[in-house]
Write a protein that binds this ligand. Structure first.
Ligand code: E4P
Length: 309
């Protein structure tokens, strides 16, 4: 497990230079105690999941994608747009990421402009790559081109489907406001395809405690990835790598850790200096739960009965 004192000074300094996320409410004399805390977003397209989290002051942003919109019940693009508009209005002024569905640069830019008109808190989510995989006729740099074109138009963007730090750097170079590394999918992949024969040094396959034998490494890495423990979790390593690179080069694109699988990954990403964590609503709804909290609460309530007249 990472210890707080292991946070490198340069990552700490970067966090200090990032914008205030929880401003003190106008007119209040007390300062908000978590003004510089990382932002927590809900990763969902379901407005009923968003409302209670917003009311509890847990979230200050939302991320959606086509899969989440489909899961939320959208069966057409016009319905998806209506649902996204509602989320944008509810969340204002907090940022809401809406993902493009077009695949050609000119159409993507037009779609981005239409979605951006939903509100000044809209962030356009652009897949960083994968275009050629969907259609070999498409330009593989479509995502970066669109990010750059939207930067020129002063439209906020979130480069999504990031799986290594080079993609993150290139997205930042193109002008992305946020990058979204998918830590959970990376850990899932490692768990399924743990290939220790791959050279270390690649973020995807880095083995921190390589013992020199294939068997040892496979066993150790797989166990850690499965438990989401320490920095040997490939996803957490990726977040750490990106925040370090961004801190070293004073890149202000925000690192939005995405694709969470469990609660352990939350403090680990915080200790790695992530700027934002976007977390599935069911995981966020459980933040106030802990077996010992439940036990303690029951005993306090039980003992308070002694005061009933
Ligand atoms: C992020 O913005 C994505 O919507 C999301 O975190 C993907 O998560 P998944 O891997 O659980 O689909």
């Amino acid at each position: 497990m990472l210890k707080p004192d292991q946070i490198p000074a340069h990552i700490g300094a970067r966090r200090q230079s990032m914008p205030v996320n929880n401003p003190t409410t106008e007119g209040k004399s007390l300062k908000h105690p978590a003004a510089k805390a990382p932002k927590i977003f809900a990763d969902t397209g379901t407005i009923d999941e968003i409302r209670p989290l917003l009311e509890a002051g847990i979230i200050n942003g939302v991320t959606t994608n086509p899969t989440l919109m489909k899961r939320a019940g959208a069966t057409s693009w016009s319905q998806a747009k209506e649902m996204m508009q509602e989320i944008v209005t509810l969340m204002a002024p907090y940022p809401v990421s809406l993902e493009l569905t077009e695949l050609q640069a000119d159409k993507m830019i037009a779609q981005a402009e239409a979605l951006a008109a939903f509100g000044s808190n809209v962030v356009i989510k652009v897949p960083v790559g994968g275009y050629e995989a969907v259609d070999p006729a498409l330009d593989k740099n479509t995502g970066l081109k669109v990010l750059h074109a939207l930067w020129k138009r002063d439209i906020q963007t979130n480069a999504t489907l990031i799986f290594n730090s080079t993609q993150a750097l290139f997205a930042a170079q193109a002008g992305a406001s946020y990058v979204s590394p998918f830590l959970g999918r990376l850990a899932d992949y490692m768990y399924k395809h743990d290939a220790v024969e791959m050279a270390s040094g690649n973020a995807l396959y880095y083995l921190e405690d390589h013992k020199g034998t294939k068997e040892n490494s496979r066993q150790h890495n797989t166990a850690y990835v499965a438990n989401a423990g320490s920095r040997m979790d490939a996803g957490v390593r990726l977040i750490h790598e990106i925040t370090t690179i961004f801190a070293n080069y004073d890149i202000t694109t925000e690192v939005l850790a995405a694709s969470f699988r469990n609660g352990v990954q939350i403090p680990e990403c915080l200790l790695c200096g992530a700027d934002i964590l976007t977390i599935p609503a069911p995981l966020l709804m459980g933040v106030a739960d802990h077996p010992l909290t439940n036990e303690g609460m029951k005993s306090f309530v039980e003992d308070s009965k002694a005061f009933e007249s």
